[in-house]
Write a protein that binds this ligand. Sequence first.
Ligand SMILES: CC(C)(COP(=O)(O)OP(=O)(O)OC[C@H]1O[C@@H](n2cnc3c(N)ncnc32)[C@H](O)[C@@H]1OP(=O)(O)O)[C@@H](O)C(=O)NCCC(=O)NCCS
Length: 173
Amino acid sequence: MAEEIVALSAPPAAADLAGLGALLRDAVEGGASVGFMLPLAETDVSAFWAGIFTDVAAGTRVLLVARDAGLIVGSVQLGLATRANSLHRCELQKLLVLRSHRGRGLGTALMAVAEDFARLRHRTLIVLDTSATGHALNLYARCGYTRVGAIPRYARDPDGPFIDTVVYFKELT
Ligand SMILES: CC(C)(COP(=O)(O)OP(=O)(O)OC[C@H]1O[C@@H](n2cnc3c(N)ncnc32)[C@H](O)[C@@H]1OP(=O)(O)O)[C@@H](O)C(=O)NCCC(=O)NCCS
């Protein structure tokens, strides 16, 4: 289990930026459909995290990381809706745990802390989507998320084939 789960602020420390890059690369190279294709260019990784920290600085995104002995081993994000009619809502994105640290409850712990942060930001509805062939389906169901349905051929696996995507939501009490 990680020693801590914390929110990062902008700008990031160089070591954290490197750790986040390695985490994203580990997920994509492990076959996770999280927005990237293989081979994964380092410039794409840097550009992705730069955009995330721009949102964090703007206050429209929460970025949580799990650390083990100081190193980033997991992460999750909340994209905070900004439209006037949607300020109660956020989208949970990029739940990632290093392959070396999976299966120990870290993903579940990140979900629980993300929900705490959603409440702190007065968000009472969380939506998310995930690959129908990925590792997270049971986890989301176990965490109390309701399955809305599946969208066929919504995205691609990093090595090419189309995959279906499953949409979930959870209302926080
Ligand atoms: C989805 C993910 C975050 C889960 O992280 P995790 O720390 O393994 O999560 P947990 O340990 O809390 O639960 C993982 C589940 O896999 C099982 N498991 C056991 N050993 C495992 C292993 N070596 N690797 C992965 N899962 C394992 C756990 O028992 C648990 O099962 P359950 O959900 O049926 O109860 C992780 O697999 C991951 O980063 N995947 C790639 C990215 C991704 O697909 N993210 C989600 C969509 S954006």
